[in-house]
Ligand binder design. Structure first.
Ligand code: COA
Length: 165
Protein backbone atom coordinates (compact mmCIF):
# COMPACT_ATOMS: atom_id res chain seq x y z
CA UNK A 1 0.00 0.00 0.00
CA UNK A 2 1.49 3.34 -1.01
CA UNK A 3 0.06 6.82 -0.87
CA UNK A 4 1.34 10.41 -0.99
CA UNK A 5 1.06 11.79 2.51
CA UNK A 6 -0.22 15.36 2.24
CA UNK A 7 -0.17 16.44 5.90
CA UNK A 8 3.29 18.02 5.70
CA UNK A 9 4.76 20.89 3.69
CA UNK A 10 5.28 18.69 0.67
CA UNK A 11 3.83 15.29 -0.33
CA UNK A 12 5.77 12.40 1.22
CA UNK A 13 5.48 8.84 -0.04
CA UNK A 14 4.45 6.57 2.83
CA UNK A 15 4.28 2.83 2.29
CA UNK A 16 2.78 0.11 4.48
CA UNK A 17 4.33 -3.30 3.88
CA UNK A 18 4.56 -6.63 5.71
CA UNK A 19 7.22 -6.70 8.45
CA UNK A 20 10.26 -8.93 8.09
CA UNK A 21 13.43 -9.52 10.06
CA UNK A 22 15.27 -6.74 8.21
CA UNK A 23 13.14 -4.28 10.23
CA UNK A 24 13.93 -5.55 13.75
CA UNK A 25 16.58 -2.97 14.67
CA UNK A 26 14.30 -0.08 13.69
CA UNK A 27 11.40 -1.74 15.51
CA UNK A 28 13.48 -1.96 18.72
CA UNK A 29 14.57 1.69 18.39
CA UNK A 30 11.00 2.88 17.91
CA UNK A 31 9.58 0.63 20.64
CA UNK A 32 12.09 2.08 23.14
CA UNK A 33 10.70 5.58 22.51
CA UNK A 34 7.18 4.72 23.66
CA UNK A 35 7.38 1.84 26.13
CA UNK A 36 8.94 1.68 29.61
CA UNK A 37 9.91 -1.98 29.06
CA UNK A 38 11.16 -1.93 25.46
CA UNK A 39 11.56 -5.12 23.45
CA UNK A 40 14.98 -5.81 21.99
CA UNK A 41 16.08 -6.37 18.43
CA UNK A 42 16.61 -10.07 19.34
CA UNK A 43 13.12 -10.40 20.82
CA UNK A 44 11.56 -8.96 17.65
CA UNK A 45 13.75 -11.25 15.58
CA UNK A 46 12.56 -14.31 17.52
CA UNK A 47 8.93 -13.25 17.29
CA UNK A 48 9.05 -12.67 13.54
CA UNK A 49 10.62 -16.12 13.18
CA UNK A 50 7.40 -17.69 14.49
CA UNK A 51 4.96 -18.77 11.80
CA UNK A 52 1.97 -17.36 13.67
CA UNK A 53 3.45 -13.86 14.05
CA UNK A 54 2.95 -11.19 11.41
CA UNK A 55 2.83 -7.45 11.14
CA UNK A 56 3.17 -4.32 9.06
CA UNK A 57 5.62 -1.45 8.89
CA UNK A 58 4.97 2.12 7.74
CA UNK A 59 7.93 3.74 6.05
CA UNK A 60 8.61 7.16 4.61
CA UNK A 61 10.30 7.06 1.22
CA UNK A 62 12.04 10.33 0.49
CA UNK A 63 14.83 10.96 -1.96
CA UNK A 64 15.65 7.27 -2.17
CA UNK A 65 15.86 6.83 1.62
CA UNK A 66 13.56 4.68 3.73
CA UNK A 67 12.68 5.65 7.30
CA UNK A 68 10.55 3.51 9.62
CA UNK A 69 7.66 5.57 11.04
CA UNK A 70 5.67 2.90 12.82
CA UNK A 71 4.78 -0.75 12.98
CA UNK A 72 2.26 -3.22 14.32
CA UNK A 73 2.91 -6.80 15.35
CA UNK A 74 0.24 -9.48 15.79
CA UNK A 75 -0.11 -13.19 16.38
CA UNK A 76 -2.86 -15.32 14.87
CA UNK A 77 -3.82 -18.94 15.53
CA UNK A 78 -6.91 -21.10 15.81
CA UNK A 79 -9.30 -18.43 14.56
CA UNK A 80 -8.12 -15.71 16.94
CA UNK A 81 -5.48 -13.01 16.68
CA UNK A 82 -3.83 -10.79 19.25
CA UNK A 83 -2.20 -7.40 18.71
CA UNK A 84 1.20 -7.77 20.38
CA UNK A 85 2.28 -4.17 20.01
CA UNK A 86 1.79 -1.07 17.88
CA UNK A 87 3.75 2.14 17.85
CA UNK A 88 4.12 5.24 15.69
CA UNK A 89 7.05 7.68 15.91
CA UNK A 90 6.01 10.61 18.16
CA UNK A 91 6.31 13.28 15.44
CA UNK A 92 4.07 11.19 13.17
CA UNK A 93 1.35 10.46 15.72
CA UNK A 94 -2.09 11.83 14.97
CA UNK A 95 -1.63 11.67 11.19
CA UNK A 96 -3.50 8.45 10.48
CA UNK A 97 -0.62 5.96 10.48
CA UNK A 98 -1.84 3.97 13.50
CA UNK A 99 -5.15 3.50 11.77
CA UNK A 100 -3.51 2.42 8.49
CA UNK A 101 -1.35 -0.14 10.34
CA UNK A 102 -4.34 -1.53 12.26
CA UNK A 103 -6.42 -1.65 9.05
CA UNK A 104 -3.65 -3.72 7.42
CA UNK A 105 -3.69 -6.23 10.30
CA UNK A 106 -7.49 -6.46 10.33
CA UNK A 107 -7.58 -7.03 6.56
CA UNK A 108 -5.00 -9.79 6.76
CA UNK A 109 -6.72 -11.39 9.74
CA UNK A 110 -10.03 -11.31 7.88
CA UNK A 111 -8.40 -12.89 4.83
CA UNK A 112 -7.08 -15.69 7.02
CA UNK A 113 -10.54 -16.43 8.39
CA UNK A 114 -9.74 -15.16 11.85
CA UNK A 115 -12.92 -14.52 13.78
CA UNK A 116 -11.81 -12.23 16.61
CA UNK A 117 -8.88 -9.95 17.31
CA UNK A 118 -7.89 -9.21 20.92
CA UNK A 119 -5.58 -6.66 22.49
CA UNK A 120 -4.58 -5.28 25.86
CA UNK A 121 -4.20 -1.56 26.46
CA UNK A 122 -3.27 0.54 29.46
CA UNK A 123 -6.44 2.13 30.89
CA UNK A 124 -4.63 5.51 30.88
CA UNK A 125 -3.65 5.36 27.18
CA UNK A 126 -6.42 7.57 25.79
CA UNK A 127 -5.09 7.90 22.19
CA UNK A 128 -4.75 4.13 21.79
CA UNK A 129 -8.16 3.41 23.35
CA UNK A 130 -9.74 6.00 21.04
CA UNK A 131 -8.09 4.39 18.00
CA UNK A 132 -9.24 0.89 18.98
CA UNK A 133 -12.81 2.03 19.70
CA UNK A 134 -12.92 3.78 16.33
CA UNK A 135 -11.92 0.49 14.68
CA UNK A 136 -14.75 -1.38 16.40
CA UNK A 137 -12.94 -2.88 19.39
CA UNK A 138 -14.89 -3.05 22.63
CA UNK A 139 -13.88 -3.91 26.17
CA UNK A 140 -14.36 -7.53 27.21
CA UNK A 141 -12.30 -7.64 30.39
CA UNK A 142 -9.59 -6.09 32.49
CA UNK A 143 -6.42 -6.93 34.40
CA UNK A 144 -5.94 -4.81 37.53
CA UNK A 145 -2.40 -3.54 38.32
CA UNK A 146 -1.09 -4.98 35.07
CA UNK A 147 1.27 -2.18 33.97
CA UNK A 148 3.80 -0.17 35.92
CA UNK A 149 4.84 3.23 34.57
CA UNK A 150 8.26 4.86 34.87
CA UNK A 151 7.21 6.46 38.20
CA UNK A 152 6.25 3.03 39.57
CA UNK A 153 2.48 3.64 39.46
CA UNK A 154 0.38 0.61 38.65
CA UNK A 155 -2.45 0.78 36.14
CA UNK A 156 -4.96 -1.71 34.78
CA UNK A 157 -5.03 -3.27 31.32
CA UNK A 158 -8.28 -3.21 29.40
CA UNK A 159 -8.82 -6.32 27.30
CA UNK A 160 -10.57 -5.41 24.04
CA UNK A 161 -11.99 -7.48 21.19
CA UNK A 162 -13.02 -6.83 17.60
CA UNK A 163 -15.14 -9.45 15.86
CA UNK A 164 -14.43 -9.92 12.17
CA UNK A 165 -17.33 -12.20 11.21
C1 COA B 1 -1.65 4.67 19.78
C2 COA B 1 -0.94 5.08 18.49
C3 COA B 1 -0.35 3.84 17.82
C4 COA B 1 -1.98 5.73 17.55
O1 COA B 1 -1.33 6.00 16.31
P1 COA B 1 -1.59 7.37 15.51
O2 COA B 1 -0.92 7.27 14.21
O3 COA B 1 -1.21 8.50 16.38
O4 COA B 1 -3.19 7.32 15.37
P2 COA B 1 -4.04 7.89 14.14
O5 COA B 1 -3.49 9.21 13.72
O6 COA B 1 -4.15 6.83 13.11
O7 COA B 1 -5.45 8.14 14.83
C5 COA B 1 -6.54 7.28 14.63
C6 COA B 1 -7.60 7.61 15.67
O8 COA B 1 -7.08 7.39 16.98
C7 COA B 1 -7.57 8.38 17.88
N1 COA B 1 -6.46 9.19 18.38
C8 COA B 1 -5.19 9.22 17.90
N2 COA B 1 -4.45 10.05 18.67
C9 COA B 1 -5.26 10.56 19.60
C10 COA B 1 -5.08 11.46 20.69
N3 COA B 1 -3.88 12.01 20.95
N4 COA B 1 -6.13 11.72 21.48
C11 COA B 1 -7.34 11.16 21.24
N5 COA B 1 -7.57 10.29 20.23
C12 COA B 1 -6.56 10.01 19.43
C13 COA B 1 -8.54 9.21 17.09
O9 COA B 1 -9.82 8.62 17.23
C14 COA B 1 -8.04 9.07 15.68
O10 COA B 1 -9.01 9.21 14.72
P3 COA B 1 -9.32 10.71 14.11
O11 COA B 1 -8.00 11.26 13.67
O12 COA B 1 -10.25 10.40 12.98
O13 COA B 1 -9.92 11.46 15.22
C15 COA B 1 0.16 6.13 18.76
O14 COA B 1 -0.38 7.18 19.53
C16 COA B 1 1.38 5.58 19.49
O15 COA B 1 2.31 5.06 18.87
N6 COA B 1 1.41 5.69 20.84
C17 COA B 1 2.56 5.21 21.61
C18 COA B 1 2.61 3.70 21.67
C19 COA B 1 1.31 3.13 22.20
O16 COA B 1 0.73 3.64 23.15
N7 COA B 1 0.84 2.03 21.58
C20 COA B 1 -0.38 1.37 21.95
C21 COA B 1 -0.12 0.35 23.00
S1 COA B 1 -1.60 -0.59 23.36
Amino acid sequence: MRWPFLGRLWPIDVVVDPLDISHTRHMADLHAVSFSRPWTDGEFHDMLGQQTVFGFVARELTWGKSKVLGFVLARGAAGEAEILTITVAPDWQGHGLGRKLMDAVLRKAHGERIESVFLEVDETNAPAIALYRKLGFFQVGGRPDYYRDKAGRRTAALVMRRDLR
